[in-house]
Structure formats: structure tokens, C-alpha cells
Write a protein that binds this ligand. Structure first.
Ligand SMILES: *[C@@H]1O[C@H](CO)[C@@H](O)[C@H](O)[C@H]1NC(C)=O
Ligand SMILES: *[C@@H]1O[C@H](CO)[C@@H](O)[C@H](O)[C@H]1NC(C)=O
Ligand SMILES: *[C@@H]1O[C@H](CO)[C@@H](O)[C@H](O)[C@H]1NC(C)=O
Ligand SMILES: *[C@@H]1O[C@H](CO)[C@@H](O)[C@H](O)[C@H]1NC(C)=O
Length: 768
């Protein structure tokens, strides 16, 4: 499924894969739709002594028949219900109602990674094991397949005493499916069912069971137990393990065949807070609306205020600029990079030229002799036939041939199926400039290879110029140690941050391309209904995969430092991230082959071992975010919607987004209109930060590296002397810029070091 085709506002499971969720949209059979009602609980009329009665009476005042679907406790003061638009308008005008928001439907958008991240070093295991088994990772997704060995609880002690959750039973799921690894499992279907009618239990389980695969993959990536001998059809074999093998998993199933609904997501976050999770992993993407209108932002704010670190996927809409989702500053926003592992496939043309591609097909072409090769755009009478959309190929022209299909528009594995159905024997999946050299390996149902943009262009040139073009496809063995790695994935969503340009996003990148982790027993690895293969592990790609890496690594840090706040853990992960290869070159963007920037990778690629001992952290509290809302000029009601606090901004105070204690800097300069070539007075802006010592006493000195001669950067003071643990010291950075043409960007790095630790922050300048 191509994320760019999803134009309407929705959340998507951020996976660059999956056709299960392109099923025809079911018509809702009611003229009512779901709304989430936020109530002004601080101003409940004195005639009520129970807020639920008050909610109910407000609802009954506009509709006799409406029932509450969920009532919310932590994420909102309020409830969800089904109303006609007329009733919703009427309700919005009642006293005590803060807002009536229509529900949003969010659609469904490792063997190698522990070594790649340096997690296999014995010393690391020792430091980190500490209290890791006390850490609970909640995963909001499609549920779990509990029989996976990755949920084996051998060697784990009793369930943490802090845990207040449950193992909910339902279709194909009973109490014995939970254990000391999978300590909780719940499902949230009321919102979904009130929109779509009862769940069809012949198609999906009304229980925490995962009939899709996505949730099993993300939860085992975060905290699966170590399983030796893992592989997919012999690919990527080795020991598969989550990032925090001792941490516990709690599954919250919120996504169903028809999508993920905000009323269910809000209820799941509410419950996860109540249950006592420490880390929340959400590979679900939101739209780009103001925080007080965004359910992911609202729900995750409540979680953060309860000390829960929330890790979210950045989105799969790259490489275009400004395509991020989940940008709220209390969320850890994770982009995706490649690792040092390839799944090679070789395409040999009739002219003798050979090209290297990628595939997870486990078989051979029926014959060793070359087969006729055609371009899908030439064997279709549909204007987008080049994409091999369903039914677009003319069988007479495809039969017995290898077909070149362009990437985009539909799921990659689904294109292979279209070729197969039309009688084709093989497929070459060709990248255009949008995807560049990014090779995503897929478990195709026919012999197929994905090729990068350059190779694709040459193959097409050959087909268009040769009278009888032919090709062969062959498949190789898994390759390790591939360099350079990581590369920023082409699909990984990019900054700048469209909602708050002064906060840099994404925060960091983590492995998200061709990742092996646990899978469901309900569908094959391609996710296609006709795929009857059964696998325990699958290799898939997306920021959906990078997000649970960071969730698991946050659990790993939390295990070593149980008292660190979500902001402190994120700061440790960000300020120790790396941006260069061993040879000193900057991490590349696979879409362009050029050095990537903080708009692509944020603070850089996660380095969990370094994050265990960051030296200093940029901490933040719930109050800091309230000040942030004041800086955004949010009204008292808007603040109440997110923070459930009756908070009034102090009119005498000068609140500034620049002063939110963030571990990175985004500095948008306005280019004065009518001034061309930058001949007006320089612009000066000041940012304030506070560092907290979480290591030994030390003298930290600042250095600034900048690419831009047009911005002067001054840090005050230049030295910070930390005398004790948890001491806080502040500093100010002043940026002075001459005007540059609109659209220009430039980058710098600010680093505090005591000679041992390096506490590094990226700075992204943009002229708008
Ligand atoms: C629970 O499920 C397991 C595995 O699916 C099954 O073996 C067991 O008999 C079930 N137990 C009960 C009490 O239904
Ligand atoms: C095949 O398609 C390409 C690209 O659209 C076009 O340039 C070429 O002329 C077509 N070839 C034939 C034989 O139609
Ligand atoms: C292509 O067009 C022909 C003639 O209009 C039509 O009969 C045929 O069904 C079409 N084939 C496909 C695959 O759309
Ligand atoms: C960060 O601030 C929170 C809230 O004040 C506090 O509980 C936490 O201990 C701090 N974290 C660190 C590492 O000092």
C-alpha cells in the first residue's frame, strides 16, 4: 500500500507493506457516527455528585437512544458515543461541553539488529539487566500470536507487583495464553463495532489474538525472548530477540480489518495507564492537526504525564519534506534506517548485463533459460498499468513472461500476485526517483526481484530498445556486513515539523528495513489472503518496525535507570545517537545517495550502549509542556482538552517554544518579504536549555560545529561545572542570521563534553 495514496485524514499502521487493509471499505449501516465528547469536569454542576451521571444526563439531553461506548478517565474527561451530526451540534452547545470531536479512522498505514546495535556485548548485558524484568512495554497494535516462542517466559521471575492489567479472553484466546513474558492482553472493539457492526468472527478473532501479523512483529521486536534458529525460508537465520529480552509485554489490540478507531485507541491508552505500563509502543500514525485535536497527541500526553515513555513511528511518507506524523514534543518520534544485511537477487538481461536487487522469494524460475521480458506499461490498457494494479495486465501479452512493474500505488507483494494471475512467470519491481536505491525485500509469491532506480532505468532502456528482450532472475544467500549502513530509508517521513517548526522532528532513527521478528499463524508472510505459507518469523519494513526498536531500547535504559523520566530516557537516546560512519562520512539518505540531515534522522541513529551513560540529560516535566501550550497561545479550553488541567497562562510571562527543554534545536528564520538576496538587518534568536547531571561530577565544555557561515552561534556560558548528581545548570544559545533565500536549510551541532561523554544536539536552520 502506498502511503501517498492515502489522502484523507486517517491513522495508518506505519508499515511499508500489507495489503490486508486495502479491503473494500464496508459501508457503515447507521446514519450516526462516533464522537468523542470532552467534558469540563472542573465545572460540573453542583447538582451532580457523580461525573458519570452528569455525562449521561448531558448525552440524554440531545438523544434518548444514544449510549456511551467508552468513558475515559486519564486521556480525557469524557466519553465516546454515536450521534447524528445534528445531535452532535446540539450537544456541543450544551453547558459543560469542551468539545465534540468526530472520531477518526486510522487505517493500517531480529536476528541482526541486536548485533548491529551493539547489544550483544557481555559488559552491556550486565549493566542493563538491572531492573529490566520490572519494565512493562505496552504495545497498541493488531494483537499478538501468543504461541510464538518469542513469548517463552523461561527464566523470568514473577509478574512485576506494579502490574494491574489483565489477560482478557475471547475468540481463540484464553488465560493460558498469557504468561510471565506476555503478562497482559486486551482488545478494544467497541468503537469499531459501533461503526461497522459486530466483528465477523470467521475473518478475525474478537480477542487479543493477532490475525494480521503486525502486532506480533512489533511486540516481539520490542521485548521478545531470545530464540535461536529463527529465520524466514532460511533467510536471516540466527538468534531472534527483542531489544529488551527481560522486559514484559502487554498487548492492546486496537486495529481490526477495517482499521483502527480513535475511540478504541483512546480507551486502550486509558487502560494502559491504569494497568501500569512503563513504555508505550505505537506504530500507528496520525494526521497533522493541532495537538488538541489529535487523539494520539492527547492520549500520549496523559501517558507521559503518568511517567510512561511513548514511542511512535514517524510515518512512511518520505522522502518528501514535511511528511511527519506524531510530532508532539512529549512523543519520541522514530524514523527508519537500513541495517548491514541484504537479501540479494540477481537480474541478468539478454545483453549479458547483471543487476543486483533484493528478494525473499525462496525458489527458482521454472527454467534456466532466459524468459521474454516486458514492461507492464506496455502490456496493459490502463493508464496506470505500469503499477500492475489489480486486473490491469492483458494476459495474452503477459503469459509466460517476466514483467517489470513500477513501485508505488499498491502493495509490492500484491503486484507480484497480479502478474501471476495474468500468467506471468516472474517480476522485476522497479524503483523510480522517489525510492532511489532503497531495496525492500519481500516474500513474493512468484520469482521476483526489487531493483534500485539506476538499475531499473537501465533495464527499461534495454526493454524499450531491444527487439526481443529477455531476462533471468536468480536468488542469493543472506549477506551480512553490508556497507555503508545505516542509510536513511526512502520511505521514512521527513522534517521539518509542520505543526511546531521550532521543535526538530523526527527525534532519531532506528532499524526499520527488512526486519525479522515474530509473525501470526493466521496469514502467510506476504499478508495476502491467498498466501497459505505458515511462518513463525517474517521480514518486513516500515517505521512501524523502527518504533518498537526504540520502545524496547527505552525499556533497556529504564531497566538500568528506573527513576529516569520519559524525557530523560529520550534525551539519553538522542544525545548519544551517531550521525557518521566509522570513516567519518555522514550517514546517507538512500533516496538521494547524498548525506542525510537532521530533518531526515533527527539526532541520528540510536546507539543504546552509549545511551546507558549519557553524562547529562535534558529533562522535562508536565509543567514544561503546559508552558509550551502557553507559548503556542492555546486557549484555556484547548489546554484543558490535552492536559485535563485547569491551567491559566500567566499574562505577564513571556512563554516561548524556544525554551522547551528539548535535546535538539530547530531554528526557523523568516525571510523578510520583499527583501531579495538578504540585504537587511541580521535576525537574532535565543534558545534556553537546562542540563541535568546523571553521571559523575565533571566540567563540561561546549563546542559548536556549523556548516553555515551565515549563522553566528554563541553559547553562554561556555563551561558548565557539575558538582553533584542531579545538579541542573542552564545555558543560552544565540543564533544570529543574515537573511537567506526562502527554502534554504543549513545545519550545525552543539556538543557538551567532559572528555568522556559527548552530549550532542543537532541544530536545523531553515529560512521560510
Ligand atoms: C486455552 O488455549 C490453549 C491453546 O490455544 C488450549 O490448549 C487450552 O486447552 C485452552 N484452555 C482452556 C481452559 O480453554
Ligand atoms: C513502452 O512504454 C514506454 C514507456 O511508456 C514507451 O516509451 C515505449 O514506446 C513503449 N513501447 C511500446 C512498444 O509500446
Ligand atoms: C483492454 O481493452 C480491451 C478493449 O477495450 C478490453 O476488451 C480488455 O478487457 C481490456 N483488458 C484489460 C486487461 O483491461
Ligand atoms: C526529570 O524530572 C522528573 C519530574 O520532575 C523527575 O521525576 C525525574 O527524576 C527527572 N529525571 C532525572 C533523570 O533526573
Amino acid at each position: 500500500m502506498n502511503m501517498l495514496t492515502l489522502k484523507y485524514l486517517q491513522l495508518v499502521l506505519l508499515l511499508v507493506f500489507s495489503s490486508r487493509y486495502t479491503i473494500a471499505e464496508k459501508k457503515t449501516q447507521y446514519s450516526k457516527s462516533t464522537f468523542i465528547i470532552h467534558m469540563d469536569k472542573f465545572n460540573m454542576p453542583t447538582s451532580f455528585n457523580n461525573h458519570l451521571h452528569w455525562y449521561d444526563s448531558s448525552l440524554k439531553s440531545v438523544s434518548d437512544s444514544a449510549e456511551m461506548i467508552y468513558t475515559y478517565k486519564h486521556v480525557a474527561h469524557g466519553f465516546s458515543t454515536r450521534l447524528t451530526t445534528q445531535e452532535a451540534d446540539l450537544l456541543a452547545k450544551q453547558p459543560g461541553i469542551l468539545s465534540v470531536m468526530p472520531e477518526v479512522r486510522y487505517e493500517l498505514h531480529t536476528t541482526r539488529t541486536p548485533e548491529f546495535l551493539g547489544l550483544n556485548r557481555a559488559s552491556t548485558v550486565l549493566i542493563a539487566s538491572g531492573k529490566q524484568s520490572e519494565v512493562i512495554v505496552g504495545v497498541l497494535d493488531t494483537g499478538v500470536w501468543p504461541e510464538l516462542k518469542s513469548f517463552d517466559d523461561t527464566g523470568l521471575g514473577p509478574v512485576p507487583s506494579s502490574w494491574k492489567g489483565q489477560c482478557e479472553t475471547g475468540t481463540n484466546f484464553n488465560l493460558s495464553n498469557c504468561n510471565r513474558k506476555l503478562i497482559g492482553a486486551r482488545y478494544f472493539a467497541k468503537g469499531y463495532e459501533s461503526a461497522y457492526g459486530p466483528i465477523d468472527e470467521t475473518l478475525e478473532s474478537k480477542s487479543p489474538r493477532d490475525d494480521d501479523g503486525h502486532g506480533s512483529h512489533t511486540s516481539t521486536t520490542a521485548a521478545g525472548s531470545a530464540i535461536s534458529g529463527a529465520n524466514l525460508f532460511g533467510f536471516a537465520s540466527g538468534t531472534a530477540r527483542g531489544m529488551a529480552t527481560q522486559a514484559r509485554v502487554a498487548a492492546y489490540k486496537v486495529c481490526w480489518l477495517g482499521g483502527c478507531f480513535t475511540s478504541d485507541i483512546a480507551a486502550a491508552i486509558d487502560q494502559a495507564i491504569e494497568d501500569g505500563v512503563n513504555i508505550l509502543s505505537m506504530s500507528i500514525g496520525g494526521g497533522t492537526v493541532d495537538y488538541y485535536k489529535d487523539f494520539v497527541a492527547i492520549g500520549t500526553f496523559a501517558a507521559t504525564a503518568h511517567g510512561i515513555l511513548v514511542s511512535n513511528s514517524a510515518g512512511n511518507s518520505g522522502p518528501s519534506q514535511g511528511t511527519l506524523s506524531n510530532v508532539a514534543p512529549w512523543i519520541t518520534t522514530v524514523g527508519a534506517g537500513t541495517i548491514d544485511r541484504d537479501f540479494p537477487a540477481y537480474v541478468t538481461l539478454g545483453n549479458g548485463k547483471q543487476y543486483l536487487g533484493a528478494s525473499l522469494y525462496n525458489g527458482k524460475l521454472p527454467s534456466d533459460s532466459p524468459l521474454p521480458l516486458v514492461y507492464a506499461g506496455n502490456v496493459s490498457n490502463d493508464s496506470s498499468g505500469n503499477l500492475c494494479a489489480e486486473g490491469s495486465l492483458i494476459p495474452r501479452k503477459v503469459s509466460g513472461k517476466i514483467v517489470i512493474c513500477d513501485r508505488g500505488g499498491t502493495a509490492r507483494v500484491a503486484k507480484g500476485l497480479v502478474v501471476k494471475k495474468a500468467g506471468g512467470i516472474g517480476m522485476i519491481l522497479s524503483n523510480n526517483e522517489q525510492y532511489g536505491e532503497e531495496l525492500v525485500a519481500d516474500s513474493f509469491l512468484l520469482p521476483a526481484a526489487a531493483l534500485g532506480e539506476k538499475s531499473s532505468n537501465e533495464v527499461k532502456k534495454y526493454v524499450f530498445s531491444s527487439p526481443n528482450p529477455t531476462a533471468k532472475i536468480a536468488f542469493g544467500k543472506t549477506q551480512l556486513g553490508v556497507q555503508p549502513s545505516p542509510l536513511v530509508a526512502a520511505f521514512s517521513s521527513r522534517g521539518p515539523n509542520a505543526i511546531t517548526p521550532k521543535i526538530l522532528k523526527p527525534d532519531l532513527i532506528a532499524p526499520g528495513v527488512n526486519i525479522l521478528a515474530g509473525w501470526t499463524g493466521a496469514v502467510g508472510p506476504s499478508g495476502l489472503d491467498i498466501d497459505t505459507r505458515h511462518v513463525s518469523f517474517n521480514i518486513i519494513s516500515g517505521t512501524s518496525m523502527s518504533c518498537p526498536h526504540v520502545s524496547g531500547l527505552a525499556a533497556f535504559i529504564k531497566g538500568a535507570h528506573p527513576d529516569w523520566s520519559p524525557a530523560a530516557i529520550r534525551s539519553a537516546l538522542m544525545t548519544t545517537a551517531y550521525r557518521t560512519y566509522k570513516n567519518g562520512q555522514t550517514i546517507e539518505d538512500i533516496a538521494t545517495g547524498l548525506p542525510a540531515t537532521p530533518f531526515d534522522y533527527g539526532a541520528g541513529h540510536v546507539d543504546p550502549v552509549a545511551a546507558l551513560d549519557p553524562g547529562l540529560v535534558y529533562n522535562a516535566t508536565a509543567d514544561d509542556y503546559l508552558n509550551f501550550f502557553c507559548a503556542l497561545k492555546y486557549t484555556q479550553i484547548q489546554i484543558k482538552l490535552i492536559a485535563r488541567r485547569d491551567f491559566t497562562c500567566d499574562k505577564r510571562k513571556n512563554y516561548r517554544v524556544e525554551d522547551l527543554n528539548y535535546p535538539s534545536f530547530a531554528v526557523p528564520f523568516e525571510t523578510a518579504s520583499g527583501v531579495k538576496g538578504g540585504s537587511h538587518a541580521p535576525i537574532t534568536v535565543k534558545y534556553q536549555r537546562t542540563l541535568r547531571n546523571v553521571g559523575n561530577p565533571g566540567v563540561y565544555k561546549v563546542t559548536v560545529s556549523s556548516q553555515s557561515p551565515s549563522v553566528k552561534i554563541v553559547v553562554e556560558p561556555q563551561t558548565l561545572i557539575f558538582k553533584g548528581l542531579y545538579q541542573d545548570l542552564g545555558y543560552t544559545v544565540t543564533f544570529t542570521s543574515t537573511s537567506k533565500p526562502s527554502g534554504t536549510t543549513s545545519f550545525a551541532y552543539l556538543e557538551w563534553s567532559d572528555g568522556k561523554h559527548k552530549v550532542t544536539s543537532p541544530i536545523a536552520f531553515s529560512w521560510t
